[in-house]
Design a protein around this ligand. Structure first.
Ligand code: APR
Ligand code: ZN
Length: 268
């Protein structure tokens, strides 16, 4: 693994537009379960996954009931308010700060990249700390809407300050379209990058899993370097979409890569 860490550091230092794609695997060391790993939420409770596929239809049929359920029940991922970034998140934020990483495209809704200091984050599956208007995609801080009072006065769902459309959690449910702004920007990043670092995702959920394939087909002559960091091989590994897999924990591997990058930058 050490030689692959050296190789990744070398390639990151030489890259012109490196980005990273992340999944639930980067947050497991913050105590947030992933979905399909050995202790994953779906692995342990397939019924919960089946129900999750119905959430968006429920919202569309009856936004008021969707909101009542949401306010009554805890999030599948547990209480995320006190979740803290781990060394993997901090290493990615530092790689952005020293000008190596240009963007994080994450499937995670936990806001941990932002808490770790990453500035350029695309929340591909939304962000649990925001509400989003289903008509105009405007996003708001939930604190602006006094949701408990709306519930008590039977005035749910909250409505958009801009267009009066219905608001829902920014979290993207199965069968729900990825918000246009994030989808567009993520695709552009995948087309533009000359290095893609894919951390802690099983890469089985689309359209996110198209992004590495878009990078693989980048037409501008130069081959994009695609590196995976994951506890296990994924379809990207098996199909040769990634150039190589550094197998292990993101919380261990990413700080080592950062250290090697810094040594090279300081000419050591
Ligand atoms: N370090 C590296 N890899 C890890 C770690 C870790 N500490 N912990 C788990 N992993 C790996 C797992 O082995 C697995 O391959 O991370 C991957 C996590 O995959 P999933 O649980 O499928 O999570 P993700 O790919 O983000 O799921 C995508 O599915 O249910 C939807 O919307 C949900 O955004 C989620 C999407
Ligand atoms: Zn709106």
């Amino acid at each position: 693994m050490e030689d692959l860490i050296q190789k990744a550091a070398e390639q990151l230092v030489k890259s012109k537009h490196a980005i990273t794609l992340t999944g639930a695997g980067i947050s497991t060391e913050s105590g947030i379960p992933d979905f399909r790993g050995p202790n994953g939420i779906w692995t342990k409770n397939p019924e919960a996954e089946r129900k999750a596929y119905q959430s968006y239809a429920k919202f569309q049929q009856n936004p008021k009931e969707y909101w009542k359920d949401r306010m009554a029940g805890a999030s599948l991922l547990g209480d995320l308010t006190n979740a803290a970034p781990n060394p993997g998140h901090y290493a990615l934020a530092e790689l952005e700060k020293i000008g190596i990483l240009k963007c994080v495209v994450t499937q995670n809704i936990d806001n941990l990249h932002q808490k770790a200091g990453s500035q350029r984050v695309l929340d591909y599956h939304g962000n649990i700390s925001l509400l989003r208007c289903v008509s105009c995609d405007a996003r708001f801080d939930p604190g602006e809407f006094h949701l408990d009072r709306l519930l008590a006065e039977d005035r749910l769902p909250p409505l958009c300050r801009k267009c009066n459309g219905v608001l829902k959690s920014d979290v993207v449910h199965f069968h729900e379209a990825i918000p246009m702004d994030v989808a567009q920007e993520s695709q552009e990043q995948a087309e533009k990058c000359d290095l893609m670092l894919i951390c802690g995702t099983s890469a089985v959920i689309y359209p996110f899993a198209y992004l590495p394939r878009i990078a693989r087909q980048r037409g501008t002559g130069k081959k994009t370097i695609i590196i995976e960091i994951n506890a296990d091989p994924t379809p990207l590994t098996e199909e040769g979409i990634s150039d190589y897999l550094i197998q292990g924990k993101t919380g261990t591997i990413l700080p080592k890569i950062l250290e090697e990058v810094k040594k090279r930058r300081e000419g050591k």
